[in-house]
Design a protein around this ligand. Structure first.
Ligand code: SAM
Length: 247
């Protein structure tokens, strides 16, 4: 049926695709994707020979208008990205916004996302979390952004390139505090999948020494630690000092 389907695809392991995703992709009149070569590998594996159309940052305006027109004309469009769930640090937000404006039905076909795979396996609290996507690439902007989100009462999930991982963990140690528990998930769903857990300071130290790892990674950080309440003598001194200040 004429609709915009948001179809999640694997983040590494090509078996991670739902039956419904395959059905929707097979039935789609147009499959909009970031990189047609990347997506063809996945589609070929499942014998899907749909019509591919490129939709990425640089052609979003013109390609988006064409896709909207096609759906309005009764065609079924499936949006996929190079990996995982489209729109999550991937193109598609503008298209969905425009489709909503045009009164088009949006149908999500949920599946893999590196953010949730990493967070759920991290061992960190999952009841509340903030998905920060990619942090800014410039050092100052990156530190500022971390300062902004430091006090959020939940876990943080950050996408990071292996090249910048060590530097980023060092900045996190400074901006968030080295004691916060954290986890680096790497090569998720692939042969060399790895989870490295420890305090931010520990992980920063590890990657400063080990250098840039191979493969893609997600950094998860636990919520801010409770500030220990002053006790006993400290409290007495504090109260005495305070009472001196009072009229
Ligand atoms: N839309 C994707 C999703 O739902 O996860 C994310 C796309 S974003 C452009 C790519 C980033 O996601 C990578 O830089 C990395 O931080 C993370 N990522 C994607 N696949 C991964 C994997 N297999 N292992 C670890 N991180 C991954």
């Amino acid at each position: 049926p004429a609709a915009l389907h948001l179809v999640a695809t694997p983040i590494g392991n090509l078996s991670d695709i739902t039956i419904r995703a395959l059905e929707v992709l097979a039935a789609a009149d147009i499959i909009a994707c970031e990189d047609t070569r990347t997506s063809r590998v996945l589609l070929q594996r499942y014998g899907i020979t749909g019509k591919l159309a490129a939709y990425h940052e640089h052609n979003a305006a013109s390609a988006g208008a064409k896709l909207i027109a096609a759906i309005a004309d009764g065609q079924s469009v499936a949006l996929i990205s190079d990996a995982g769930t489209p729109l999550l640090s991937d193109p598609g937000y503008r298209l969905v916004d425009e489709a909503v404006e045009a009164g088009i039905a949006i149908v999500p076909i949920p599946g893999p996302s590196a953010a949730l795979a990493a967070l759920t396996a991290s061992g960190l609290p999952t009841d509340a979390f903030f998905f920060a996507g990619f942090l800014p690439s410039k050092a100052k902007a990156r530190a500022d952004r971390l300062a902004e989100i430091a006090a959020i009462p939940g876990s943080l999930v950050v996408y990071e390139s292996p090249r910048r991982l060590s530097e980023s963990l060092a900045t996190m140690t400074e901006a968030l505090g080295g004691d916060r528990p954290a986890c680096v998930g790497r090569e998720l769903t692939k042969t060399f999948e790895e989870f490295r857990r420890g305090s931010l300071a520990h992980l920063a130290g590890h990657y400063a020494e080990a250098g840039a790892p191979k493969g893609e990674c997600v950094v998860c950080v636990g919520p801010p630690l409770p500030v220990a309440a002053p006790e006993g003598e400290v409290l007495d001194t504090l109260l005495r000092d305070l009472s001196d200040e009072l009229p």
